[in-house]
Design a protein around this ligand. Structure first.
Ligand code: ADP
Ligand code: MG
Length: 696
């Protein structure tokens, strides 16, 4: 008889207590293998350390009780559904009350055993204690021992109960052989880390909070250490492989460009440009990130750096995130640089759509008949070969990702300098994680004469007045944006109350703005259609633009002076701040009005910080505290692997320790092979996104 070996890649249905039916339900949680189940970490813990008998309950103290349910009833009152039941143990009984949890009626059954965590309060009706602040409840089987100690609470769905997950994971751990270490022993010793085996077991079923903390630190360290090693490896490789370009000192062309600028650089712009110049003159390739709020004047720095590379006989490439922005930059650059004899080209979708135009511009790039080429992703497509690429600038790079950056790098023989610009106010901790291979420059100061944008939070009742203000602005010759969270009315119950961009557009263009040219813009339109609508708005033909967040990135319409955001509570603060940056670009006083009818105190308080704060970094940190990094960036655009346990905001200290350890580790050549193995072992754990960062 053969003893079957334990494999992490085994289907989860082979875990004792799972089976095919539950395995199907687990798929909804992205759990397919034993490994997935093992790393399905708790989202919280409950303390069931001591059970209290019902007779011993003390008013106002949170307690854990176990008993049988009876007398389940429900009623409607003031629009609320109230569910009542009684719970009895061998010492007495207590009335339970749940508000607005109608689904309980299908879950609760007479005589069922429940474990309840809640707070008892005196109740006049019951003339005794009752529980109407119930934090959580767990259904127990007839003879199941109530789980005691610190109990994990897992992310789950309606089809999979906490009890099932706990039992399955307990069984899995029991069948699992001792895990091998994946980190070098010296790092484990130096960092005083718990062993991997102990950490994985303790993260699910910790004996006490100290053990839980130690386990969490170990697992978070692993994740962050690996990412840091990966990022440092990228940096090391690009800096080692081939030397970069040493640009000469600033010359006449750059001086002439500076003289042609219609303004003086701000102090921050000067400082950042000096940092860029220093990098470009070194023989190591520049890898620099410029972070600056919307409108802080990053583009000028890019322009000057591009002129510097042209002055040295090289070509520069400038990648913008959208077609509209590429055109905008192209127009500004050609107007300024054309007179100086610098040849600027635009590689847009329009140009590349016809074979003839496309081949002509490719030829010009290859023959160095163009000095600066501006474009979108088209710039990194196959077929574009630069004769002498000296500098690559990417605008709003988090939308490009590490992989694309690497592709562009391979487009030339010498390693070109690279400058990355972003208006997303990424907190320092995130910068370290996502952009660990880049040096960072900050522009904090806004150009002079910029008027602050007046931000107001209004309820739905105030909506009419808000649109009267919009009307007054339009009558005064200015333009307005109205931003909505959804394109069309959602089918999901959760979003059912949210008016869509389509509906708002109908309401406005058919009502108060009947006589005003309005347009609707959203992400499901074809690029050409979007461009046409945006162009009309930019030319001032359209006065009011109703849109989804597609206008978020970089659009520059100085005549737009007011932005209304409908259902503002649906957006992150950093995102609202980005949106708000679309107005206040001209001479007129500008407004941003956030409409929200959210009753939740927390979301009101959140929105109110928008009224008082114009510091994008502060808002971003607020966001990160409340929401994870994934949410923060919206979708999976950030190129950050989904961390299973580390939280780059909360775990700053571990992040810094991991970074230091990685720095030491990666400088030692002997460790590189070791790291390659480590990576192979853990590719499984972190999947594609991780390998994107660590690849090459
Ligand atoms: P960002 O790319 O950082 O969002 P831009 O580079 O587009 O910002 O600059 C926003 C606006 O400010 C542009 O119209 C630009 O011409 C102007 N600007 C940039 N730097 C200065 C400055 N030092 N003084 C005055 N205006 C400036
Ligand atoms: Mg910009």
């Amino acid at each position: 008889m053969s003893i079957s070996r334990f494999e992490f890649t085994d289907n989860v249905m082979y875990v004792k207590g799972v089976g095919p039916r539950k395995a199907a339900a687990l798929e909804k949680l992205n759990i397919f293998t034993k490994y997935d189940l093992l790393t399905h970490y708790p989202r919280a813990y409950e303390n069931h350390s001591s059970l209290t008998k019902i007779d011993d309950l003390i008013e106002g103290e949170t307690a854990v009780i176990v008993g049988r349910v009876s007398h389940i009833t429900s009623r409607e009152a003031r629009g609320l559904t109230i569910v009542n039941a009684y719970l009895a143990d061998d010492t007495g009984y207590i009335k339970l009350t749940w508000f607005n949890q109608k689904y309980l009626l299908t879950k609760l059954k007479e005589n069922m055993r429940l474990l309840i965590i809640g707070k008892a309060k005196f109740d006049a009706w019951a003339n005794g204690l009752a529980m109407n602040q119930i934090q959580s409840f767990t259904i127990l089987d007839a003879y199941e021992e109530p789980p005691l100690g610190i109990v994990p609470v897992y992310p789950s769905t309606a089809a999979i109960s906490q009890g099932t997950l706990r039992t399955a994971i307990k069984n899995l751990l029991a069948s699992m052989p001792t895990l091998n270490e994946i980190l070098p022993q010296e790092i484990i010793d130096e960092q005083e880390l718990m062993s991997l085996d102990a950490a994985i077991r303790a993260i699910h079923f910790p004996r006490d909070y100290i053990e839980l903390d130690t386990a969490r630190r170990r697992l978070a360290f692993d994740e962050l250490f690996l990412i840091q090693c990966g990022l440092m490896l990228i940096k090391r490789q690009t800096q080692d492989k081939r030397l970069g370009i040493s640009h000469q000192r600033n010359g006449a062309l750059l001086k002439a460009t500076l003289a042609k600028l219609p303004f003086d650089l701000t102090g921050d712009q000067k400082k950042v440009f000096r940092e860029v110049v220093k990098d470009m003159e070194r023989s190591l390739p520049m890898r620099r990130l410029i972070q600056g709020d919307v409108g802080s004047g990053k583009t000028v720095i890019a322009l000057l750096a591009l002129v510097k590379t042209v002055e040295n006989g090289y070509q520069g490439a400038f990648m913008a995130p959208t077609e509209i922005l590429a055109v905008q930059h192209y127009e500004k650059f050609s107007a300024l640089l054309g007179d100086l004899g610098i040849r600027v080209g635009l590689l847009s979708a329009k140009v590349t759509r016809t074979k003839k135009l496309r081949e002509e511009i490719y030829r010009q790039i290859e023959a160095q008949e163009l000095d600066i080429v501006i474009g979108t992703h088209a710039l990194i497509q196959e077929g574009v070969t630069f004769a002498r690429l000296g500098l690559v600038v990417t605008d709003e790079q988090h939308r490009f990702g590490v992989a694309q950056r690497a592709t562009l790098e391979k487009k030339s023989d010498a390693v070109p300098d690279m400058l990355v610009m972003t208006a997303t106010p990424i907190p320092r901790t995130m910068t370290l994680t996502v952009y660990g291979d880049l040096d960072v420059s900050l522009i904090k100061e806004l150009p002079p004469g910029r008027k602050p944008i007046k931000t107001l939070v209004k309820s739905l009742r105030g909506r009419k007045k808000v649109y009267e203000l919009v009307r007054a602005e339009i009558t005064a010759g200015r333009q307005a944006y109205v931003v909505c969270p959804l394109i069309e009315r959602s089918e999901s119950e959760q979003l059912a109350d949210i008016e869509s961009a389509e509906e708002i557009f109908e309401m406005l263009s058919g009502g108060i703005f009947r006589d005003v040219p309005c347009a609707l813009l959203h992400g499901r339109m074809k690029p050409a259609e979007k461009d046409a609508i945006m162009e009309k708005f930019r030319d001032g033909e359209t006065k009011l633009l109703v849109s989804t967040t597609v206008i978020e990135v970089g659009v520059d319409v100085p005549n737009a002076s007011v932005m209304v955001v409908e259902h503002a509570e649906r957006f992150g603060l950093a995102q609202l701040h980005q949106l708000r940056g679309r107005v206040g670009r001209g001479a007129a006083k500008s407004y941003c009005i956030l409409i929200s009818d959210s009753k939740a105190e927390i979301s009101k308080a959140r929105l109110e910080t928008m009224e008082t704060t114009s510091d994008g970094f502060k808002l971003a940190e607020e966001d990160l505290k409340l929401r994870g990094p994934g949410q923060f960036f919206g979708e999976a655009q950030h190129g950050l692997p989904d961390l299973k346990i580390a939280n780059v905001f909360r775990d700053v200290e571990i992040l810094l320790q991991a970074r230091n350890a990685a720095e030491k580790f990666i400088t030692d050549d002997d460790n590189l092979n070791y790291f390659a193995n480590l990576r192979a072992n853990l590719a499984l754990a972190y999947g594609d996104k991780f390998s994107q960062i660590v690849a090459n």
